[in-house]
Every structure is written in structure tokens, then in C-alpha cells.
Design a protein around this ligand. Structure first.
Ligand code: CMC
Length: 374
């Protein structure tokens, strides 16, 4: 047994997966063998969700059934709606996401059943209900009336409808759909590994997804899209961007939305998301954000050779779509539920308890001295 410590499990291969493949050497990402960019161009999010969960792209009938099931499961229990209305208005929506999935676990009649059949049913319920619960909080914290989901709307259209009471033009909905496709799955990242670790003790799917959400919240992972927007807001205008980013690098600050554990010469998801960010900015007649984006990116590459990750373009895109900044990572959640679930199911199918070792560097064996003598 090697005593070498690989902090952060750097470079360690811990298991096999059939869900996705990250290929930094050719800057590519495939879901079940299909390039993510190709899926963005030719599919809507529901097709990709089906692919990730079932291993194959659906035919028309399979897609219709999948969509019908998702739409049927959108309704929240009265208790959950009442709970959401009582949540503190200042609660972070990621904490709300974590809490509502946990509550769904209390309500689900199959929580204790970890069979494949029950897990697929639970996945569909979590997938369908989480966006509805988040949108309900989006409105209730502003003192606005909660808007019920509509069965005739697609996953993305319905999310806009429930948050804003209206659906934007189809190019905006497509950009949102593309962001969901790009966020859906990314192999053994920290939240997915968290979900697999929880599953490895044969715990249940609600617990695994609740843990994954907590992991995604952190700014080194999904929370980065929110931080990107805070950075852009601090920069304020393009004229400030060059000085701001150089100052940040002089101070050795970590710049959010840049860098990646696996991709070292660019995140394969960025070119597609950057293109859709441009489309949304054009529709919204905004030039400021793109200018700031380009200046910061140029300096990061020139000075540090560190490239943007997917959270860099999604941040300003969601802002231009009208979402509150603290809802950016919850949007990541509603998509990544698919990837997490596929990994949880894969983990159950070939489980081995995840239990690494640690090299102990604390005190050597000591004798306990009685309290009255210490
Ligand atoms: N800004 C400034 N310096 C950076 C950055 C950054 N964003 N990323 C890496 N570096 C530097 C880092 O300081 C270190 O320098 P040195 O060797 O001089 O100490 C070097 O690059 C290697 O970085 P690392 O942190 O050891 O690399 P890692 O693989 O452990 O970290 C990371 C990857 C994503 C945690 C890191 O790049 C980071 O903190 N990025 C900002 C947060 C972020 O955008 N996260 C989103 C990740 S991808 C999408 C997602 O999961 O949501």
C-alpha cells in the first residue's frame, strides 16, 4: 500500500463510468458518447436528460412518455408549498434547494426502496419538482404569488413561466436550454463524487442529491457562476476591467469562473456557452457585459494562461435573462440532477463502499488523565 498522499484526489482514478467522458487533451466532453456541443445544436434539454438517465437518445414516443411523466410529477404537495412560504426570505436559494429535496425525501412513498425501478421513479419526481419548488421560493421571497407549473410547457419554458409569469422569446429559451445541457453532467466532479460517496453506503437517493447540492454550492464548484456576476458588478464598466483584473492578479486573488481541475487549456463547454451569451446580449441590446468578459478573459490568459470555465459565460447570461444572482447555482442544480442521478444509479449497480485512508499526523498514543488531575 502506497503512503503517497494525493491531496484533493488529484489525478486519482477511483471508478469506471459510462455516463460521460471529459477529454482535456482534445478539449471535448461526451455524454454517453455524444459530444455535448452536438447535443446543444440538435436536441432540447429533455432529450439530453433522457439520454443521461437511460443511456440512449429517445425516439419520439420515448420522449413523449418521458415528458409526460416529468410534467405529471411537477405538482408539489400542499405541505411543501406551505413550508416554502415559511422559509426565511433571506435564505440562500441553494440552501432552499438542499432543504426541499430533503423534504421531498420525507414525503416520497419510495424513499426506503433502493431498487432500480423505485430509484427511476424517485429521480423523475426530484427532477420534476425541484425547479417548481425553487421557482416558488423565487416568488414567495419577493412577496409575489406563487405560479403553478403548466403541463403544456417544456422544462425550460415552464421555469421562466413559474419565475416571471411569462416566457421570453424562443432564442432566450434556447440559450437557457443550452446552458442546462452544458451543466447536466461532468463526470467525477466534487458534487457527483459526493453523491456517489453517499450512495456507496447504500443510503438513499434523496440523501445523495441533498449532499450533492451542498457540495455544488461552494464557490470553487457551482457557486462560481454567482461569484462571476459579483465580480462583473464590482468591475461596473468596461473601462475599469483591465485595471481591476490586473489588480486582482497582483494581489494573487482567485478569479472566479477561471481554471479547472481537469481542463488546463480551456473548458470544452465554454465556446458554445460564449456563443449563446453573445446571442442573449444582442437580444437584450447589451454590450457592456461582453466587453468586460472579453477584457478579463484576455488578461487571464495572457498573464496566467488560465482559461475560463463554463461558469464564466453562464453568470452574465442568466443575469441578462433576468434571474437574481443567487439563483444562478440553483439553475445548475435543476440540470445536474440528471447527471447526479445517473451516477447514483451506476454506483448502486456496481457498488463498493468508498472509504479512503488517511495518513495520521496527530499526537502519538497518550494516557488519559482524570478530569480532577488535569
Ligand atoms: N484565479 C487565479 N489563479 C488561479 C485560478 C483562478 N481562478 N485557478 C487556478 N489558479 C492558480 C492557482 O492559484 C495555482 O497557482 P500556484 O500554482 O501559483 O499556487 C494554480 O493556478 C493551480 O491552481 P489550483 O487551485 O491548485 O488548481 P486546482 O485544480 O486545485 O483548482 C479550481 C481548480 C477550479 C478549484 C481553481 O481553478 C479555482 O479556484 N477556480 C475558481 C473557481 C471556479 O471558477 N470554479 C468553477 C470550476 S468549473 C465549473 C464548476 O464546477 O462549476
Amino acid at each position: 500500500m502506497s503512503d503517497e498522499i494525493k491531496k484533493g484526489l488529484l489525478g486519482i482514478v477511483v471508478d469506471e463510468t459510462e455516463v460521460s467522458k471529459v477529454m482535456p487533451e482534445i478539449n471535448s466532453l461526451t455524454y454517453r458518447g455524444y459530444a455535448a456541443q452536438d447535443l446543444c445544436a440538435k436536441c432540447k434539454f429533455e432529450e439530453v436528460a433522457y439520454l443521461i438517465l437511460n443511456g440512449e437518445l429517445p425516439n419520439k414516443k420515448q420522449l413523449k412518455n418521458f415528458e409526460n411523466q416529468e410534467r405529471k410529477e411537477r405538482k408539489l404537495s400542499k405541505t411543501l408549498i406551505e413550508d416554502i412560504k415559511k422559509f426565511p426570505k433571506k435564505a440562500h436559494p441553494m440552501d432552499v434547494a438542499r432543504t426541499v429535496v430533503s423534504i421531498m425525501g420525507l414525503e416520497d412513498k419510495d424513499t426506503k426502496d433502493n431498487s432500480h425501478k423505485a430509484n427511476m421513479l424517485k429521480v423523475m419526481r426530484i427532477f420534476a419538482k425541484t425547479p417548481v419548488a425553487l421557482a416558488a421560493f423565487y416568488r414567495s421571497r419577493k412577496g409575489k404569488k406563487i405560479i403553478s407549473p403548466k403541463k403544456k410547457l417544456s422544462f425550460s419554458e415552464n421555469f421562466f413561466h413559474m419565475c416571471f409569469g411569462k416566457i421570453p422569446q424562443k432564442e432566450i429559451v434556447k440559450a437557457f436550454d443550452v446552458s442546462l445541457i452544458l451543466y447536466a453532467e461532468h463526470s467525477f466532479n466534487v458534487s457527483t463524487f459526493t453523491a456517489r460517496t453517499i450512495t456507496s453506503s447504500l443510503s438513499d437517493i434523496h440523501g445523495a442529491i441533498t449532499g450533492a447540492i451542498a457540495s455544488l454550492k461552494g464557490p470553487l464548484h457551482g457557486g462560481a457562476n454567482e461569484e462571476v456576476m459579483h465580480m462583473i458588478n464590482k468591475i461596473k464598466k468596461p473601462e475599469n476591467a483591465f485595471k481591476w483584473i490586473n489588480n486582482a492578479l497582483d494581489k494573487k486573488d482567485v478569479v472566479m469562473g477561471f481554471g479547472h481541475r481537469v481542463y488546463k487549456s480551456g473548458d470544452s463547454r465554454v465556446p458554445t456557452m460564449r456563443e449563446y451569451f453573445g446571442k442573449v446580449a444582442k437580444i437584450k441590446k447589451d454590450k457592456k457585459f461582453e466587453k468586460i468578459y472579453d477584457i478579463v478573459e484576455k488578461v487571464m490568459i495572457e498573464r496566467k494562461n488560465i482559461h475560463p470555465n463554463v461558469d464564466y459565460p453562464t453568470g452574465p447570461t442568466y443575469h441578462l435573462m433576468g434571474f437574481d444572482t443567487d439563483f444562478f447555482t440553483p439553475i445548475f442544480v435543476i440540470s445536474r440532477i440528471t447527471g447526479w442521478s445517473a451516477h447514483i444509479i451506476e454506483q448502486y449497480a456496481a457498488n463498493k463502499l468508498i472509504r479512503p485512508l488517511a495518513s495520521y499526523k496527530g499526537n502519538q498514543h497518550r494516557k488519559v488523565i482524570q478530569l480532577n488531575q488535569r
